[in-house]
Design a protein around this ligand. Structure first.
Ligand SMILES: Nc1nc2c([nH]c(=O)n2[C@H]2C[C@H](O)[C@@H](COP(=O)(O)OP(=O)(O)OP(=O)(O)O)O2)c(=O)[nH]1
Length: 157
C-alpha cells in the first residue's frame, strides 16, 4: 500500500505550504469531474473533487471531509483509496500547494454539489483532454488509467 507518511514528509522537504487532497472518483469506468463557479479563482474550469488538508488532519480524513463537502458523500469510501499521483501548483493566494490524488470507486452516481461548483459530469477518462480539466488534472487521470491497468488492487478500483 502507499506510504502516506512518506507523502507528507516529502511535501515538508519540498517546502510545500499547503497539502491538497483530490480524488479520481470512478464508477463503471467513468470519472467524476466538477465545474468551479465562474467568479472563483480559476473560475469555470473543471477539476477533480479536491481541497486543502487542515492543520492536524491526516490525509484520508481530509479526503473524506472534502468528499462530504463537495459531492455529499456521507458514508466512508467503499474501497480503500489508492494513491494515484501528485502535482504542484501555486494557489490563488500565492501558496505552494501539492495535490495528492487518490482513486475511489463510487457506490453509485449520486452527487450533491456545494456552492463551490456549478455542475458535475461523469466522463470517460479517454476523453479527459476534451474537458476543461487543467493539464495537471488530465495527467492525473492518465496516471490513474495506467495505474489501474497495471495494479488493479492498489488502484482502489
Ligand atoms: N492555481 C492553480 N490551480 C491549478 C493549477 N492546475 C490545476 O489543476 N489547478 C487546480 C487545482 C485546484 O483544483 C484549482 C485551483 O484552486 P486553488 O487551490 O488555487 O484555490 P483557492 O484559490 O481556493 O486556494 P487558496 O487561495 O484558498 O489557497 O485548480 C495551476 O497551475 N494553478
Amino acid at each position: 500500500m502507499n506510504n502516506l507518511r512518506q507523502l507528507v514528509d516529502d511535501a515538508t522537504r519540498d517546502a510545500i505550504d499547503q497539502l491538497v487532497v483530490g480524488a479520481v472518483v470512478h464508477h463503471g469506468g467513468q470519472i467524476l469531474i466538477l465545474r468551479r463557479t465562474a467568479d472563483d479563482f480559476m473560475g469555470g474550469i473543471e477539476e477533480l473533487p479536491s481541497g486543502g488538508v487542515e492543520d492536524g488532519e491526516d490525509l484520508l480524513r481530509a479526503l473524506a471531509r472534502e468528499l462530504e463537502e463537495e459531492i455529499g458523500w456521507r458514508h466512508p469510501p467503499a474501497t480503500a483509496p489508492g494513491f494515484v499521483a501528485a502535482f504542484d501548483y501555486t494557489t490563488g493566494s500565492g501558496r505552494a500547494a501539492r495535490q495528492l490524488t487518490f482513486a475511489l470507486r463510487a457506490p453509485d452516481r449520486a452527487v450533491t454539489l456545494s456552492a463551490e461548483h456549478t455542475a458535475y459530469r461523469w466522463v470517460d477518462p479517454a476523453d479527459a483532454e476534451a474537458t476543461d480539466l487543467t493539464p495537471e488534472s488530465v495527467g492525473t487521470v492518465r496516471a490513474w488509467v495506467e495505474h489501474a491497468a497495471r495494479s488493479p488492487i492498489d488502484s482502489g478500483a
